[in-house]
Ligand binder design. Structure first.
Ligand code: GAL
Length: 447
């Protein structure tokens, strides 16, 4: 088990885990790690020398909800079959902010895990800092260049080298609806934003909490990604949240998006502040709330609760976003571990991108495969839709990185965005005019 503890210089020297960053990477690292927490994370048994390969995978991740843990178990079992022990480094907190703070501290201390769950631009940051390993040889043998979509390779390959293994593709522009509540209120699939508001009104009139949300900045921003896509359309989303085009960021369309956020936020219950995302999902599962706007990791919770699509719950694209997919992908970022840990890292990467794992894991996780050649036969109706939507969006040029989920822009910008959205939701920013001004300013400062 891993623990939080102070790490001495001697621990770090003895650990042999420090690999010198690239020369220009060193300057970057100083900047990158300057905000690392003072506490550092170390592993029990740390520092012991190994003559032979270490048959163990250490994994830092934030998959601690029921659905997430069930999905991770698929990987643990696959690796156990190959004789690798699992050293779990869980850091709770949906969206991964806490996990990424812990990871920064570990890397600052030179104690890299074998791999860490990471989102897009974070992988690139660590790669630029020179602390990632190189899986190119394995990638060539396994043919990842051909099977992993180009949109993911942009984040898993840095400077021609494979530095991460993509695990899945999630998308954020979904509604998750309790079917019996929907039937009870006589609701139908909302096709427009206004339809959605009318549906929320029906739930309210029936005494059900209309919208299940956790008032944490990453959840609010994840929902806002969908609202912006719905309000402005695909071109607008891309320009504003992937290209960071200033005209779009300060446009009337962005103001209207904040106005729409103000409309929808009225439908949450009074206790939403700070609530974890999976507790919000549980409200929908139990029928205490009608709908959650969330990435399809929410489906993992329905699956874990043995609920079935179209019988117990409904999955619709956020109204007005059909045909587009706002995605993120969990990646296992592979660090430059000592030689005796490389075999375990290769085993982990191969297991992660094997076709059988890609199917088994994603069926449980709620996401879809990170390879284009995996059959959808074991997926439920929502999973099949997710796979088909991803293919169509990829081919049609309507596949966009989620800004809230680390695929629109580097972490500093994403954090600035989450902060402004959250201040608006919680009333510290009072008007959409002010929200837009602050968004432009915050993104500018973070650039
Ligand atoms: C996302 C991640 C998902 C899921 C979610 C909630 O960032 O991509 O796999 O874990 O956070 O924790």
């Amino acid at each position: 088990m891993w623990c939080l503890a102070a790490l001495t210089a001697e621990d770090i020297r003895r650990s042999r885990w420090v690999s010198p960053p690239l020369t220009n990477g060193r300057i970057f690292m100083r900047k990158f790690l300057s905000s690392a927490a003072l506490a550092v994370v170390m592993m029990a048994g740390f520092g012991s020398a190994h003559a032979a390969d270490v048959k163990e995978v250490q994994m830092l991740h934030w998959w601690t909800s029921g659905g997430e843990a069930a999905a991770l178990n698929v990987l643990k079992q696959d690796l156990a079959k190959e004789g690798f022990a699992w050293k779990d480094v869980p850091v709770a907190g949906g969206g991964g902010d806490a996990a990424m703070t812990a990871l920064k501290a570990m890397v600052a201390a030179g104690t890299y895990p074998t791999a860490s769950q990471m989102l897009g631009y974070t992988v690139l940051d660590y790669a630029q800092a020179g602390v990632m390993g190189d899986l190119t040889e394995t990638a060539k043998k396994e043919g990842w260049d051909k099977s992993v979509p180009a949109a993911l390779q942009k984040f898993s390959v840095y400077d021609g080298k494979w530095v991460a293994a993509p695990v899945n593709v999630h998308s954020v522009n979904w509604l998750w609806i309790n079917k019996s509540v929907m039937d009870k209120i006589g609701g139908t699939q909302p096709k427009t934003f206004d339809d959605l508001i009318a549906l929320l009104d029906k739930a309210k009139a029936a005494g059900v909490i209309p919208l299940a949300l956790g008032g944490q900045n990453w959840q609010e921003a994840t929902m806002f990604d969908s609202i912006v896509l719905s309000t402005g359309g695909p071109e607008f989303y891309k320009k504003a949240f992937n290209d960071l085009d200033e005209e779009s960021l300060k446009s009337d369309t962005m103001k209207k998006s904040f106005d729409n956020l103000a409309k929808i936020i009225k439908y949450v219950d009074p206790n939403f502040s700070g609530r974890d995302w999976n507790l919000a999902t549980a409200m929908v599962i139990k029928g205490d709330a009608l709908v959650q706007v969330m990435g399809d990791w929410a489906k993992g919770e329905f699956v874990a609760a043995k609920k079935k699509p179209n019988t117990d719950f409904l999955c619709y694209r956020f109204p007005g976003t059909d045909g587009s997919v706002v995605y993120n992908s969990d990646m296992f970022g592979m660090f430059n571990v000592p030689d005796d840990r490389k075999a375990a890292q290769v085993a982990l990467a191969k297991a992660t991108l094997s076709k059988s794992f890609q199917s088994a894991f994603n069926v449980v996780k709620g996401s879809v495969p990170a390879r284009t050649d995996v059959s959808d036969k074991d997926f439920d109706a929502c999973g099949k839709k997710g796979i088909a939507d991803l293919k169509a969006a990829n081919e049609g040029g309507t596949l966009f990185g989620s800004l809230a989920q680390g695929y629109g822009a580097p972490p500093a910008i994403a954090n600035a965005y989450k902060d402004v959205v959250s201040k608006f939701v919680h009333g510290q920013i009072k008007t959409s005019d002010e929200a837009v001004t602050q968004l432009v300013q915050a993104i500018d400062d973070a650039r």
